[in-house]
Each structure stands twice: as structure tokens, then as C-alpha cells.
Write a protein that binds this ligand. Structure first.
Ligand code: SF4
Length: 710
């Protein structure tokens, strides 16, 4: 770490791991005081961009509410305990339950930050694997499950998710995503505003479909309001028109696709007028967008949370893939392309291509994907008595009470557990139910290599971040916690356990055997040492065409007509005739100063105008006899919340919006700033029974609600 010549100020460079954008940071410190956090202008991916959350890394590091040592629940409240004692206690309680009731009695839940900390990825599964349980859950099934499932079905690997090549495209079609606020999701696109300006400056267009005129819609060349949950109708309409008018030109993809004709025939049988009526977009507009997309020299379609977390989420993602394929834009510069990350989790001996339906949840029969069950089933698996009932839970960096459907029900379920342990450094709405909380080091106290988000980035780069601060002597990294628990549990349960390298050693090996490593005889000869010598990161170039070689299906085909999708299309078609839109439906929204539930204990991120009000169109307010700024009660099948309503003509009439991750008013937490800015949780309204029927992903968007004066 270089030092400022005139003082003892040290300058540290690292990647921000708070969200998917992995922006480069320059942090100045004196002793253990953080003086400033600024963009690293030399980062080849983030191009000098950061967002306000980056500066809150200082707050996270200094947060007095952040747990530093294990705590256990006692009759007189939470008490600190020594690490070894905590490990012994947790292992003993978990093993006792396994011995008495079997492995399925112990469930686990991995929260979203798990994929932002490489120790969680290199060592988390190894620890959790010591208890053989089918009850594994994660944030995947309230998020990106449809993307991964389609990638597995169509391209042969759950991580082969095509990424919109924003830096070279001429036409970017975005559905249900807000990268102006998020800087991309399953499309790591830091500096999105800058990249969009470049797209528009070279004559390109961005068209956005969203039930809300989001921050991204505001800067789009065209924004189309679309009714929640109807994107599949719009997408099917595009495909039908492209096929009818012979605008498709798959080019080289024709030689590697299988089933495109079958898929297009079924889509072609749909009635265009009905599709248009369903999504609320005129036939002529769908025709124009279809022709524009097909005629653009380079185009990419991309859909995210708004289309993933709805009842037809997997269908939408399939139609998006087909749109890119039929127009020849898959694997084309400026289209939707595959990355080639330095640690390649696709082409790797430890690679997990995916799996689907190997088992089902006990109570409702929801299908497994990638070894996990849909989290919408977690509460009922705890609350429903019988063989295989979940009696203990391990959570890792997760707050499912706020982030999964019907959080109130889950709250109740967690209260009934025989034992719960949380690996987390906050006493939050979920971990307050734990018997023991094991807090890992915070992000600036450990090193990092982003295993996942380089895989979804708009440019191939690699960056390793050293720890900024020495961890305190009595602190443990997440992977050390996993190892300590895993060793004890394996010993007690008689499971075999081989020694395992540290995370940095795993990465070093991954780099060496990766596409830019010495073992592939690549001139860059990438290794951990090489990355350590390049503190701003290494630029590995723009995305490059790589099909069919990179396909992981046997025979290296693009499987365009998975039977499950053909069946889902038929179900969708049958619903078109009598689909009645709810009088009001609820959608989420994202803000640049917030990220799920875990950055609300920073004063600098929550200060200023309240951002978690209910947004409602002025016409809807008038129709409901409500006034702007009134306290209203929003209710759904599962519950109700009271919240201030704000008139906003950014909303499509008939749609209201609440951001998720809020609802910090539950008692017994220790997150003072978040509690003072509590907001309400939309997941007290989302319904664990409203799912994407294909895979069990939660349908968090488009929830029917009523709104009345509170
Ligand atoms: S956009 Fe994400 S990665 Fe970039 S600075 Fe903000 S929080 Fe960090």
C-alpha cells in the first residue's frame, strides 16, 4: 500500500463488494482512521465510478452496533462468549438434532452477501455439506433463479448467463431493471450512466419497459409503461412479429440451435391482439419495437428483478433468450455475450453445472434447483409437524424475515425453532431469533476476490483486494468460522473431511488453471501474485464470441425449447383469455442509497428525504379518496402495513410501489440507525403462495393489494 509522501496517510486500492458492480475504490487512511473513499480512476471495469454506498464502508467498519464477538441468548439477555465455547455449543446443538431427527431437520439459508464475500463461497458449502440435508435455501429463489435455470437448460451451465454488451450495442431493450440505481444486476455494469451516454452518443437507443418511470426509464430514449407480470405477453408479441415478418436472422447460431422452430411455432400460435391487451401496449408499438430490435446492427435484450420475480419469471427469461437468438444477437459483439472470467467457474474441475427437480420440498412439493429449495417453503417446513420437519436453522449473512415472501409468517416460524445459529455481524430482524450469533470480520478486515460478479460483468477484468486493516486478534473470518464448525460437526457425525486450502489459495489455483493462467499457457500467466502486483486490477478485454465452444450441453447445442418452457407457454396462453388485472398491484423499487436490508444502519445512507413511502398515481389516490402524504393501510392476502402514501405520476395507474429491505421496527434488534428509519417491509405483503410455477421462485412483483386510509 503506497504512503502519501507528506504524511503517514496510506492509500489503499480495492474493489467495493457491497453490490454487484464491484467498483474500484481508493481509500485513504491514517492509522485505523478512514479519511476518504473515492473512485479508483484506474480500475478498468468501473471507469472511475462509485455510488454513495461506497463511502458507507467507513460506517460499516466503525459501526458500534456491528457485533465483534460471538453472543448467545440467555434468560438475562444476550451475552458475549468465547469463540471456542461458541463453536462447541453450536456443533453440539446441531449434531444432537441431527442424531435425534436426521439431517433434514437442520435447514440452512444463505443470504445475498454470501456471494459478495469469497470466503463464503470457497468454504460455506463445505461446512454446510457436513450436515446432509435437503432443506437448503438461499436468496436465489427470491431473485435470479429463472436466469440460472434457463442458463442450465439452454446453455448447459447455470452460470452461462448472457450479458448485454452495453459498450458496443446499438439497441438496448431493458425490462424490469433499474441499472441507474443498481449499476446492474446479473449484468455487472459499473458507471452505467457513463456507458449509457456513450451508447446514445454513438447513435444507439435504450428502450425501457417498467410499470414505473424509474431512474433508468427517465434517461431512456423511450419508456413504455407495462402492467406488472405481463412482460411475457410483450416479449411473445415481439417474437411472433419477428417470425411472421421474417425479420429473424440467427446467422451462425442456426448451426448450433436445437428447437427454435418448435418454440417459435408455439409462440406464433398466440393471438397478437390478446397479447397486446394483456400487457397494455398497443399492437403497433410492439410491431415497431420488434422491427427496430431486429433491424439494429447490434441489439441486446435484458430483463431483471421486475421480470424475474413474477409468476411468469422463467417464461420471460426464456423469451428474452429467444429474442437475442432469433435476431442473431447472442454471442455477437454488441449483443448478449458470455464472459470469460479469470477464475472460470464454468470451465473448472469443481464446476457445478446445475440440477433441477432432484427432490421436492416436503410440504408443498416445490422443486430443488442447484441443491436448494425455494425459500417460499421455508416457513411451512418449520411450522408443519411430521417426519423431516425443520427444527434447527443455520443462517449465513441473511435476513429472510425482510427479504422473503410473508416475512411475518417466517418471523413466527423462526420463533418456534429448537435451535438457530446465525453467521452475521448484525442483530437484525432475522438473527434476533438465533440462540447464538457468530460475527465474521467485516469487509475491510479481509481480503477479497470477486468470484461471481466477474462472471457477469460487461468486460473481462480481474482484481484482488488485500485486507485494509488487520483484523482484531479475537476476530474470525467467515471461512474460519465455517472450518471450525465443520471440523467439529464432521468429527461428531463421523464424516470424512480432507484438509482444504485457504480462500486465497483457492483463488490462486483458480487463476492458474483459468483461461489467462500459466497452465493454459496464456501469456498473462495470471496468478494471485500477478494480481497482487496490479492493485487497480487487470484488464482482460471486451467480451468475445465463444460459441459453440463455451456451451456446456452435451453436443454443444443451444437448447431453445426446454419442455418445461413449452408447457409454461401453454399455461400462459390459456390464462390470456380470462386474466383479470387486480385493481391495485404492488411492485418493488430500488434506490442507489440502499441495497436490500443491509445498508440501513449507516446515517449517511438513510438521512435526507424519506425514500420508503408508498408511491401511487394521483388518479388512483383520487379514486380511493386519499390525499398525498396520508397514512394508508396496504393489505394483501397475507397481511397489512401502514405507510405514508406519496402521489407520483411516475407510477402506472393501478400499480403501487414499496422498496424492499425496510421494516426495521421489529423489537429485539440492535441496529439503532435502521430502527430510527424503520419503514415497512413489502414482504409483510408478498405472498408465499404466489410463485413462478416453473421453479418456485417468489413472485414478489404484481402482488394484489388494497389501499385504504389508515
Ligand atoms: S455501485 Fe455498488 S460496487 Fe459500486 S461503489 Fe456503489 S455499492 Fe460499491
Amino acid at each position: 500500500m503506497p504512503a502519501d509522501a507528506a504524511s503517514d496517510v496510506r492509500i489503499h486500492h480495492r474493489a467495493c463488494n457491497l453490490c454487484e458492480a464491484i467498483c474500484g475504490l481508493e481509500i485513504r487512511v491514517a492509522g485505523d482512521e478512514i479519511l476518504s473513499i473515492r473512485p479508483d480512476d484506474a480500475d478498468p471495469l468501473s471507469l472511475g465510478h462509485i455510488c454513495p454506498k461506497a463511502v458507507a464502508l467507513k460506517d460499516l467498519y466503525e459501526d458500534g452496533d456491528r457485533l465483534r464477538r460471538p453472543i448467545r441468548r440467555t434468560e438475562s439477555g444476550w451475552q458475549e462468549m468465547a469463540w471456542e465455547e461458541a463453536f462447541d455449543l453450536v456443533a453440539d446443538r446441531l449434531c444432537s438434532i441431527v442424531e435425534q431427527h436426521g439431517g433434514d431437520a437442520v435447514a440452512n439459508y444463505l443470504g445475498n452477501p454470501t456471494v459478495h464475500n469469497y470466503g463464503g463461497l470457497t468454504h460455506g458449502p463445505r461446512f454446510l455439506g457436513t450436515i446432509k440435508t435437503k432443506n437448503r435455501f438461499s436468496a436465489t429463489s427470491v431473485d435470479q433463479l429463472p436466469h440460472q435455470l434457463l442458463a442450465y437448460w439452454m446453455y448447459g451451465h447455470q452460470l452461462l448467463v448472457p450479458i448485454a454488451d452495453i459498450d458496443r450495442t446499438d439497441y438496448l431493450l431493458i425490462l424490469g431493471a433499474n441499472p441507474m440505481a443498481s449499476n446492474g444486476s446479473l449484468m455487472t455494469v459499473p458507471a452505467f450512466p457513463k456507458r449509457l451516454k456513450a451508447l446514445q452518443a454513438r447513435g444507439g437507443r435504450m428502450v425501457v419497459l417498467d410499470p414505473r418511470r424509474s431512474e433508468t426509464a427517465e434517461v431512456a430514449d423511450e419508456h413504455l409503461f407495462i402492467r406488472p407480470g405481463t412482460d411475457a405477453a410483450f416479449l411473445a408479441g415481439l417474437l411472433k412479429i419477428i417470425d411472421n415478418e421474417n425479420l429473424g436472422h440467427p446467422g451462425k447460431l442456426a448451426a448450433m440451435e436445437d428447437g427454435l422452430e418448435v418454440a417459435l411455432a408455439d409462440i406464433g400460435a398466440l393471438d397478437l391482439d390478446k397479447l397486446a391487451a394483456h400487457c397494455g401496449i398497443k399492437v403497433e408499438t410492439i410491431q415497431r419495437i420488434a422491427r427496430e430490435f431486429a433491424a439494429a446492427p447490434r441489439a441486446a435484450a435484458y430483463g431483471r428483478m421486475g421480470v424475474s420475480t413474477q409468476q411468469h419469471g422463467t417464461l420471460c427469461q426464456w423469451l428474452i433468450q429467444l429474442l437475442n437468438i432469433v435476431t442473431g444477437n447472442l454471442d455477437r459483439e454488441g449483443g448478449a455475450m458470455f464472459t470469460r472470467p479469470a477464475v472460470d467457474l464454468v470451465d473448472n474441475p469443481t464446476s457445478r453445472p446445475g440440477s433441477f427437480g432432484r427432490w421436492k420440498s416436503r410440504v408443498r412439493g416445490l422443486p430443488e434447483f442447484g441443491g436448494e429449495l425455494p425459500v417460499a417453503a421455508l416457513a411451512e417446513e418449520i411450522l408443519t409437524a411430521g417426519e423431516g420437519q425443520v427444527r434447527a436453522l443455520i443462517t449465513v449473512a441473511g435476513n429472510p424475515v425482510l427479504s422473503t415472501p410473508n416475512g411475518t409468517q417466517l418471523d413466527r416460524a423462526l420463533d418456534s425453532l429448537a435451535f438457530m445459529v446465525a453467521v452475521d455481524f448484525y442483530l437484525n430482524e432475522t438473527t434476533r431469533h438465533a440462540d447464538v450469533i457468530l460475527p465474521p470480520t467485516c469487509t475491510l478486515e479481509h481480503d477479497h476476490y470477486d468470484l461471481i460478479f466477474h462472471t457477469f460483468a460487461v468486460r473481462n477484468t480481474a482484481r484482488y483486494s488485500e485486507a485494509l486493516f488487520e483484523r482484531p486478534a479475537d476476530a474470525r473470518h467467515d471461512w474460519e468460522i465455517f472450518e471450525a464448525l465443520g471440523d467439529r460437526i464432521a468429527k461428531r457425525l463421523g464424516a470424512k473431511r480432507a484438509p482444504h486450502p485457504r480462500p486465497d489459495q483457492v483463488i490462486d489455483m483458480g487463476l492458474r488453471i483459468g483461461p489467462y493462467g500459466g497452465m493454459k499457457k496464456h501469456p498473462l500467466n495470471l496468478s494471485l501474485a500477478a494480481l497482487k502486483a496490479a492493485p487497480h486490477g487487470v484488464d482482460l478485454g471486451a467480451l468475445e464470441p465463444c460459441l459453440p465452444e463455451r456451451l456446456a450441453n452435451p453436443g454443444k447445442f443451444i437448447l431453445c425449447a426446454p419442455p418445461e418452457m413449452i408447457a409454461a407457454l401453454a399455461v400462459f396462453a390459456s390464462e390470456l383469455d380470462d386474466a383479470q388485472p387486480a385493481a391495485l398491484s404492488l411492485i418493488g423499487r430500488r434506490h442507489v442509497r440502499s441495497n436490500n436490508s443491509w445498508m440501513h444502519n449507516s446515517q449517511r445512507l438513510v438521512k435526507g428525504p424519506v425514500r420508503n413511502h408508498l408511491l401511487m398515481h394521483p388518479d388512483d389516490l383520487a379514486a380511493h379518496g386519499l390525499a398525498d402524504g396520508a397514512m394508508v393501510r396496504v393489505a394483501s392476502r397475507v397481511g397489512a402495513v401502514d405507510v405514508i402514501v406519496e402521489a407520483s405520476d411516475s407510477m402506472l395507474p393501478g400499480v403501487v410501489s414499496l422498496p424492499h429491505g425496510w421494516g426495521h421496527d421489529r423489537s429485539g434488534t440492535r441496529i439503532g440507525i435502521a430502527e430510527a428509519h424503520a419503514g415497512v417491509s413489502p414482504n409483510d405483503l408478498t405472498d408465499e403462495l404466489r410463485l413462478d410455477a416453473v421453479c418456485g421462485n417468489a413472485a414478489l412483483n404484481g402482488v394484489p393489494v388494497t389501499v385504504v386510509a389508515a
